[in-house]
Design a protein around this ligand. Sequence first.
Ligand code: SF4
Ligand code: SF4
Length: 130
Amino acid sequence: MDKPAICGGIPVRDTKIYYGHQYIDEDDIRAVAEVLRSNEITCGPKIKELEDKLCRITGAKYAVACSSADKGPVTMKGCSVGCIGCQLCKKNCPEGAVNVADFNAEIDYEKCSGCGTCMEKCPRKSIVEH
Ligand code: SF4
Ligand code: SF4
């Protein structure tokens, strides 16, 4: 793509995606149905697939996909690898690249050197290498 369609470039789609009007195609429906029919709805292989794709797209070495935002004790009841917001990754990161908000760790890939310390220190194995 040379330039965005709004600036005269070629649109990447034939139909508009309206604000407040979601776009869901048959591929999306098939993908959701595939997960719903599987044995692992929450911590299944799709999580790793997503993390792998995020690493590929961003060039990051590490990715963690977690969205519970529940407090630690609640997360621990329902998920064996969910972030509990203990901040050990943040405290031990030599680059100051980790922030923990709403019981989820976020890595700033602009700052991250890929040393792996956060992954080693995390008691929950929430951070994985790709
Ligand atoms: S890999 Fe190293 S630099 Fe990157 S976020 Fe983890 S501890 Fe920080
Ligand atoms: S060390 Fe693990 S559990 Fe603790 S805040 Fe970081 S990612 Fe979450």
